[in-house]
Ligand binder design. Structure first.
Ligand code: AMP
Length: 283
């Protein structure tokens, strides 16, 4: 396994691999790897013969009051996990300037799908995500890129960006990996106290509640949202950012009745960390 820390070397390596006929997959991450990331690596291996994992805590996708400074950075453990998982290349930019020249003045702005959900509560977040992923695509030149369904809005925006900007990259989605009690794995779960960790199962419990009511015939989005809201608000350390039911394709709010696939997405602070999860309802 090779660790590449400089952007020009990354791009030259990718060009040489492509010239040699190799098929490349990129798994973009911010490090602090867990079983969810490693599942994406396994999926990437099914679609390519060279797997590149990028590890870069991207400053531009954090808001001024978010956790950029304290985001867990655990490169040695990440490196060992990547080696064990059969990753071929880790792209680990030595410095932010490898990705953002000091006078960088170009960004990638998505202006439709990013208006709701996390995009509404984290202004600029998806501009940061689109910009860094566009750069990573240009540096690693992948044939396929793998993203987790856990970040449902991000996944849909990545598909839209690849389409709109004509990146010759196939976007592949990996299912959300969960703890046994349903909590989606996340680097931010480690900030939960034991009591909050128990309460944090309410995200998945709320989604299951919506799935069950939907299966029983409920088609009114507001009724589903209210049921989820009550379940989450019953936990003492929760503060709801949003609970929304949006069209799975446009991410516009769904009006009654639900007749097309709908993304149910929620973001909840449980104590300090803000956790997200989602599911899709298919009529
Ligand atoms: P992050 O390092 O948190 O930015 O995530 C990197 C990639 O891993 C993104 O595509 C995420 O959607 C994905 N991911 C994060 N958590 C999970 C999970 N529990 N299951 C599957 N994929 C995940």
């Amino acid at each position: 396994m090779k660790v590449i820390t400089h952007s020009p070397e990354m791009q030259q390596t990718a060009l040489a691999l492509r010239a040699a006929g190799r098929r490349l997959a990129l798994v973009p991450t911010m490090g602090n790897l867990h079983a969810g990331h490693l599942a994406l690596v396994r999926l990437a291996k099914q679609h390519a013969d060279v797997v590149i994992v990028s590890i870069f805590v991207n400053p531009t996708q954090f808001g001024p009051n978010e956790d950029f400074q304290t985001y867990p950075r655990t490169f040695e453990a990440d490196r060992a996990q990547c080696a064990a998982a059969g990753v071929d290349i880790i792209f680990y930019p030595a410095d932010v300037s490898e990705i953002y020249p000091a006078d960088a003045s170009i960004t990638v702005v998505e202006s439709a799908l990013s208006q709701t959900l996390c995009g509404a509560s984290r202004p600029g977040h998806f501009t940061g995500v689109c910009t860094v992923v566009a750069k990573l695509f240009n540096l690693t030149l992948p044939h396929v890129a793998v993203f987790g369904e856990k970040d449902g809005q991000q996944l849909r925006i990545m598909r839209r960006m690849a389409r709109d900007l004509h990146f010759p990259v196939e976007i592949i989605a990996g299912p959300t990996v969960r703890e046994q009690d349903g909590l989606a794995l996340s680097s931010r779960n480690q900030y939960l106290t034991p009591a909050q960790r128990a309460q944090a199962t309410c995200l998945r419990r709320a989604l299951t509640e919506a799935e069950q009511r939907f299966a029983a015939g409920e088609r009114n989005p507001q009724c589903l949202i209210t049921a989820m809201w009550n379940l989450i608000a019953a936990e003492p350390d929760t503060r709801i950012d949003y609970i929304a039911i949006v069209d799975d394709e446009t991410l516009a709010p769904v009006l009654e009745p639900i007749t097309r696939p709908a993304l149910v997405a929620l973001a909840v602070w449980v104590g300090q960390p803000r956790l997200i999860d989602n599911t899709v309802l298919r009529p």
